[in-house]
Write a protein that binds this ligand. Structure first.
Ligand SMILES: Cc1ncc(COP(=O)(O)O)c(C=O)c1O
Length: 458
């Protein structure tokens, strides 16, 4: 593959306006440059439209489900209508519930707390820790990393084949990998799960911001995603899907809002009647701004034409992959191979470079923000790197001193707000760093690779 120099097809659509597009950051080598946010997979910038909608609502902010005043009523209406907007965005079935949470992690922990007794859980070792770890109280089967989508389905089928089809079981799978960006065969995995009497939850943290998700069409039982990856960074997330397990479970948090009726008993105790609606798992004062911002993002993406955003992002994916393929020292990490469909999340290593050092140089010398580390998917990244298991460090912390062999990777990720210039700057910077090396020296400080301010320019 050679580096494509053809201009991107601007007729598809322009990037959506996001906050921070004009923010400048200092370069260690002198001067300032506009910040290139290429870490959407961690947290995407807020859409301007989301910010505007939130700002327009903010003066009317009031309590939700607990006030007689006009603004409380209005806030309650906005909160509840946001549920409908999210349900529409996800193509929910009429009987599905949309529960508002803090994040994908929170959504999956909520579902884990609602599993029926003796539930078996099946999860690939390749999952993000948010999908891998919440099931500790269940009987969990960890499935080996498949090397093709078909192998993923076959692996799941084999694992499910031996189980009692009448006992409860849940499969948890990611829609798009936060490491490779590759799409997982969700429909096929869902058919396999259902054929064996298991349910399936889709971790759409990386899928929903990049691709339309339709619960009914995919036939999954639940979908989880986070607002802050969907251009709505105000602290809310979503768990949408089947109501029954959630309705039968103890409330995730006990408290006001989740309880319909509370009364003292004659024996001195307390009787509680819990809601059977999503409120059952939303105890406490809800984050109406966070929820409203997610609804605003859903509207903005839909109105912009999600298919056009996908088409543009695919152009950027091709551009980045072709650009990186033109640098022989770069190895892009992939589970399913070059032809796998993927979103704008690409991880790679550079021969002879510590990934933390490389990421630090991209930031300090080019104003480009990427992520380095194991991306909270330690087993997957180690499988892809072929590195030995070792004590996991803090999420995202570099695991080697600058100059040592890289044990972690670099991830570049982008989406609806990414201008072409950020991609071009990134590719130019990769080529230059590989060719001529960093222009500054770096050292590890508090577990991060940082420019050595006291050092002379190298
Ligand atoms: C695939 C995937 N699932 C779950 C999560 C957890 O999301 P959050 O940190 O918003 O809970 C992430 C975050 O990076 C992710 O990439």
């Amino acid at each position: 593959m050679s580096v494509s120099t053809a201009a991107l097809d601007q007729s598809i659509c322009a990037p959506l306006p996001v906050l921070g597009a004009d923010v400048t950051v200092p370069l260690v080598t002198g001067g300032d440059v506009t910040y290139a946010a290429l870490d959407y997979a961690a947290s995407a910038p807020a859409l301007q439209r989301v910010w505007d909608d939130v700002a327009a609502y903010a003066p009317y902010y009031g309590s939700v489900h607990r006030g007689a005043g006009y603004l409380s009523q209005l806030s309650t209406d906005l909160f509840e209508s946001s549920r409908t907007t999210v349900a529409d965005f996800l193509g929910c079935r009429p009987e599905d519930q949309v529960v508002f949470t803090r994040s994908t992690t929170d959504s999956l922990n909520l579902l884990a707390s609602a599993l029926p007794a003796d539930c078996q859980v099946f999860v690939f070792e390749t999952e993000h820790h948010a999908s891998l770890l919440p099931w500790r109280d269940a009987r969990v089967t960890y499935l080996d990393a498949p090397r093709t989508p078909a192998e993923a389905v076959a692996t799941l089928e084999r694992a499910l084949a031996g189980r009692d089809p009448h006992g409860p079981a849940l499969v948890c799978v990611t829609g798009a990998s936060n490491v490779t960006g590759e799409l997982w065969p969700v429909k096929e995995l869902t058919s396999a799960a259902h054929a064996h009497g298991a349910r399936i939850v889709l971790d759409a943290a990386q899928l929903a911001p990049h691709h339309p998700v339709d619960i009914a069409d995919l036939d999954v039982d639940w979908v989880a995603f986070s607002g802050h990856k969907l251009y709505a960074p105000f602290g809310s997330g979503v768990l949408a899907g089947r109501a029954d397990w959630l309705r039968d479970a103890e409330p995730y948090l006990a408290g006001g809002g989740a309880s319909r009726k509370v009364a003292r008993r004659a024996d001195g105790g307390v009787d509680v009647e819990w809601h059977t609606t999503p409120a059952r798992h939303e105890a406490g004062s809800p984050n109406v701004i966070g929820v409203y911002s997610i609804a605003a993002a859903c509207r903005a993406l839909t109105e912009a034409g999600f298919d056009r955003l996908v088409a543009r992002e695919q152009q950027l994916v091709t551009r980045v992959r072709e650009g990186l393929a033109g640098v022989p020292e770069v190895r892009v990490l992939s589970l399913f191979g070059d032809d796998a469909p993927r979103v704008g999340v690409i991880s790679f290593v550079v021969e002879g470079w510590n990934s933390s050092h490389f990421a630090a140089a991209l930031s300090a010398e080019y104003g480009i923000g990427v992520r380095d580390g194991l991306f909270c998917a330690h087993p997957l990244v180690r499988t892809l790197l072929g590195s030995e298991p070792q004590e996991p460090g803090e999420c995202g912390a570099p695991e080697a001193e600058p100059g040592e062999r890289s044990l972690n990777a670099i991830r570049v990720s982008f989406g609806a707000g990414t201008p072409d210039e950020h991609i071009e700057r990134f590719l130019g910077a990769v080529r230059e760093l590989v060719r001529t090396g960093a222009r500054w020296s770096y050292r590890t400080e508090d577990g991060r690779c940082v420019p050595d301010r006291g050092a002379a320019q190298v």
